[in-house]
Design a protein around this ligand. Structure first.
Ligand code: CAA
Length: 389
């Protein structure tokens, strides 16, 4: 039985910052951000969006009444949690009108947790093939203004419906994992921005990729040349390029050129959004599937998931004949329609997020075009609005 990704949809902010402008404001060469980091624009998340609204906005456009009836597992993967106890997935399930008999959980292991959700979901569907699982990676990447990590911020959510006989990608049951205690990136409960040893984290990322990629090839007897393309977690798009380059010696010169060409498609949309932690690998997969003219049904794609702290996994999936039917085909146009904000406006948005304090707060959501918005906090409870209700 084939099990895998049946539908994918993305949501982020309607606002972005231009990386050339940000570089100039920070006294950096624009090419450092555009080429050295590999980012052209960065999503600027308004206070009226948090991981709950991003997750719900990502999922609702792709769900039919039949899907909602069949979903009995919802996983929201995030490292930008809004509560130390209650799962963000509970709010998301309510906003989406999911069945009350749904297992509803939040998962955490930095950027890796989206993949943990996908693997849990595919195992669930293998046992209950008449059911579907919804997995959403939702995050807002914050390092702080004027920090080395600032040009690698971003945010958004990728929603994936996991089912039997999937339209997009049939997932393999084999994968190779690595997890160890590494202090490359973390966020203590009292911090709103991540702490990171940037260079160290980039080196660990490469080490983990090489370890799980080679481990996967050896343990499954797969040849690197069997893989049409490699798709990476992209904290910034140059990171994936570095990892890809480390694997090129394993294949012929012709295939090296092909892998690099496929990778350029896989990083296209991430260049305009930035890091979205748990969703980054899956935005890159969407980018690959939406913008790569050379993909064909039957192609086998390798996926590398990395979460600081650290955990890595390499697994593969086979592209299905109707894959285009399951995709968020309007995404490139949606990104192109976003509104540019100045660096000063972005800084203002960055500082206006809902404050971590008990007081009642009201947020201005008038200019936020999304269906689901965060309107503020009352009696220490976040207030969400469905504008269509
Ligand atoms: N033209 C072209 N390239 C230029 C340039 C110019 N004018 N000026 C500099 N560059 C290049 C540099 O040579 C460098 O390239 P290489 O990495 O290939 O050597 C690149 O631009 C970046 O320059 P620096 O190394 O000087 O940049 P930095 O020290 O300011 O910070 C960073 C870079 C460490 C990635 C920082 O942005 C950061 O800490 N980011 C957050 C951490 C992160 O994303 N880590 C990734 C792995 S961890 C992970 O994957 C989990 C996750 O999502 C966080």
């Amino acid at each position: 039985m084939k099990v895998g990704i049946d539908k994918m949809h993305f949501a982020s902010s309607h606002l972005y910052v231009d990386m050339t402008e940000l570089a100039r404001a920070r006294g950096a060469e624009p090419d450092k951000y555009l080429i050295g980091i590999g980012q052209a624009q960065m999503a600027a998340i308004p206070p009226s969006q948090d991981i709950v609204t991003l997750a719900a906005n990502a999922a609702y456009p792709m769900l039919t009444a039949e899907d909602i009836q069949a979903i009995d597992l919802l996983v929201v993967a995030t490292e930008s949690g809004i509560d130390n106890s209650k799962a963000s997935a509970i709010y998301v399930a309510h906003l989406l009108g999911l069945n009350r008999r749904t297992r509803t959980i939040e998962m955490k292991e930095a950027c890796y947790a989206g993949t943990a959700g996908v693997q849990l979901a595919q195992e669930h569907v293998r046992v209950h093939p008449d059911k579907k699982a919804l997995v959403i990676g939702a995050d807002i990447a914050r390092y702080g203004l004027n920090t080395p990590g600032e040009p690698t911020q971003g945010g958004g959510a990728v929603a994936m419906l996991i089912s039997a006989d999937p339209q997009i990608l049939a997932l393999g049951t084999e994968s190779t994992l690595l997890s160890e205690d590494v202090m490359d990136f973390w966020r203590p409960l009292y911090h709103t921005e991540a702490l990171v040893d940037g260079k160290f984290s980039s080196n660990i990322y490469i080490d983990y990729f090489q370890d799980v990629f080679k481990g996967y090839l050896e343990s499954t007897g797969t040849s690197a040349s069997d893989l049409t393309a490699l798709v990476f977690h992209l904290p910034y798009t140059k990171m994936g390029l570095k990892a890809l380059r480390s694997a090129l010696p394993l294949v012929s010169e012709t295939q090296q050129e092909s892998w690099v060409a496929h990778f350029e498609c896989a990083r296209k949309l991430n260049r305009y959004v930035g890091n979205l932690y748990t969703g980054s690998l899956y935005l890159s997969l969407l980018s690959q599937l939406l913008t790569d003219p050379k993909l064909e049904a039957g192609d086998r794609l390798g996926l590398f998931s990395y979460g600081s702290g650290a955990e890595g996994e390499f697994y593969t999936g086979v592209l299905q004949a109707d894959y285009a039917n399951g995709l968020d085909t309007g995404l490139p146009q949606c990104l192109a329609r976003r509104q540019r904000v100045s660096v000063t406006e972005y800084e203002q948005l960055f500082k206006s997020q809902l404050a971590w304090k008990a007081d009642d707060q009201e947020l201005d959501y008038a200019s936020d075009p999304h269906r689901f918005v965060l309107t503020g906090q009352h009696d220490e409870q976040r207030q969400y609005l469905d504008k269509w209700a």
